[in-house]
Design a protein around this ligand. Sequence first.
Ligand code: 6R9
Length: 650
Amino acid sequence: MSETLANLLKEERTFPPPAALAAEANVTDVAYQQAADDRLAFWETQARRLEWSKPWDQVLDWSNPPFAKWFVGGELNVAYNCLDRHVAAGNGDKVAIHWEGEPGDTRTITYADLLTSVSQAANYLTELGVTAGDRVAIYLPMIPEAAVAMLACARLGATHSVVFGGFSADSLSNRINDATAKVVITADGGYRRGKPSGLKSIVDEALKSTPSVEHVLVVRRTGQEVAWGEKDLWWHETVEQAATEHTAQAFDAEHPLFILYTSGTTAKPKGILHTSGGYLTQAAFTHHAVFDLKPETDVYWCTADIGWVTGHSYIVYGPLANGATQVMYEGTPDTPSKARFWEIVDRYKVTILYTAPTLIRTMMKWGADIPAAHDLSSLRILGSVGEPINPEAWIWYRETIGHGNTPVVDTWWQTETGAIMISPLPGVTATKPGSAMTPLPGITADVVDDQGKSVPNGGGGYLVLREPWPSMLRTIWGDDNRFVETYWSRFDGMYFAGDGAKKDDDGHIWLLGRVDDVMLVSGHNISTTEVESALVSHPSVAEAAVVGATDPTTGQAIVAFTIPRGNVDTSGEAGEALIQELRNHVAKTLGPIAKPRQIMLVAELPKTRSGKIMRRLLRDVAEHRSLGDVTTLQDSTVMDLIASGMKDSK
Ligand code: 6R9
C-alpha cells in the first residue's frame, strides 16, 4: 500500500476488568510472560488439559514450513476428551446441552446422554463401513444430532465436513465431491422463521452428481414428507437402535479431524483441514481463557451455527472438552418475537454469551426496550466474533445487554486459525471499544507494511502471524500448492491473514476488514470498517456497509449502504436530510477525504449465513454490474431490494 491504511478513528474510552472477576480469573497476566519466555513449553502445559493415550515426543515439528506438526508422536481420541473422561470423572449427570428448538420444544442432554448417543452413532457408522480416514458430510439444522454426528466421526477418526444447512444443492455437491464423502448425515428439515425448511430435498438434488456417497442418514426433525431412495436410512431406525457402548481408539495427534470450506472471493471453495491434538488443545485453552469458563457454575451460549467454524470450536470442541454446560438454539432471533434471545438468556440464566456484530447491530435496530424487558443480570462476559465490531455497537452491547459492567471480548480469528488468536482476557485487559487488543499468550501476531516490515505504533498495514500455532490449518484439502500460495507467499516466513489492521499508540490491534475491501480514494487508502464505524456512531444508524465504486475523478469513491435505527423517519425530505447529515457526520468524524459520495438508506444488507456483509455484491450494485455469485447469501431477495432502491435514487 502506498500510504498505510487510514488511521483516522480515535477511540479514547477504556474499560478495565471488574475487580471481582479479575481476582478470580482463570488466566492472569502471568500467562503472557510464561508464553513469551518459552512458547512451546506454554503450549505443552495447555496440551495437558487433555487426556492423551500416548504422550508426544516433540512439541512442534517445523522442519518443513509451512507444514506444521504439533505434539508429534502423541495419541488421543478427541471425542473421548469431550465426553468419556467427564463421565469417568463422575460428571455424567451434568447437563452438556440445554437445547431449544425454534417452535419451543426443548431437550436437556447430560454428558452421559451425549456419550450414549455418540457411541450409538459411532457403532452404526461402523456398520455402514465408515472407518478412520473416511470423509462424512454433515448437512443438518441446529439440533443436538449435529454435535452427535461430528463427535461420532471424531470418535472413529473419520473426517467430517459440515456444510451449512441452507447452502444450495450445488454448493453441497461441490463440497461432497471435493472431499469424496462416503456418507451424508442430514435431516428431513429444520425450523427457520417459524416454518419447516427442507434439507433432505436439497440432498436428493445434490446426490444426482456425487458418485462417492454410499449412504444417507436422515434425522427426523420436522416430520415433513420426504422422497425416499435406496441409499436413505432413518436415523431413529438405525443409530437409535445401535449398541450404546463403544470403546474409543486413540489416533495420532496429526490425524485429520475435519474439513471446513470457506468461500473466500474465488469461485472454488477452500477445504480448510484441521487435525486433532493441536486443534483441541487451542480450542480448549482459548475457551477456558477468553471466556473465563467456570464449568461448575457457568451457563455458556454461543449463538453461531454449527456450519461455521465458530460452531465447531466454540459449541462442540472447546466447550465440551472443558466440560461446560451450554445452550444450543435452533432458530432465528426474531421467532416468534424479537425477544427470543433475551427470553433464552433469562430462562437458562446464561452467564457467558458469544455472538456476532451483525446480531448486535440488528438488536440495536430493533431498540433497547426489547432486551430491557428481560432479566439479563446473569450475564458476566460478552463475546463478539466474525467482523470488526464498531465502537458504538460495542458500547451498546456492554451497556444494554451487559448492564454496563460486563467485559466485552472482541475475538479475532478465522476458519484457518481454528481458534481465537487475538482477544482481550476478561480478567486482565483494559478493553477499548472496537479493538481486539492483543494476541493471546502463545500467539505472535503483527501488523506489517508492504515489505513485510513491522509497522510502528500508530501505523497500519497487513495482519500477519509470525509463528505457527497449535490449531493452525494444516493445508487446503487436496491442494498443498494453493495452501502455500494463499497464505504463505505474500510475506516471507509469515502467515498472511488477508485482513487489514492498525496498531494504535499503545500497540493495540484494530482490525480494519479484508484487504480486498480497502478503498483507494484520491490516493488514500481508507478502510471500510472505519467509515462504517463513523456511520454507526450517528444515533440514527444501526448498521452500515461501505464499498469503493469506480469514480472518474477520485479513482474510487465511497458508497455507503445504511440501515437506520427502528424509530427514525426516512420518508421523503426527512430521508434526504438524514443522508446529508450522515455525509457531513462522516466528514466531521474522519476528515473530508472519507465523505461518502453517495449514501443509500436500506432495510437490509447482503450477508453470508455466518452474518458477514458481502461487500462484493454491494460493489456490483454500486458499479451497476450484474451480480456475481450469490450462492452463499443468507437471503437472496435482499439484493433485489437494494438494487431497485439504487436505481430509484439515481
Ligand atoms: C471466526 C471467523 C474470518 C474473517 C477474518 C476477519 C473477520 C472475524 C473478527 C473479524 C474483525 C473480529 N473477523 N472475527 N474481523 N474482528 N473479531 O469469523 O472465521 O468465517 O473464517 O472469517 O472474519 O476478516 O479474516 P471465518
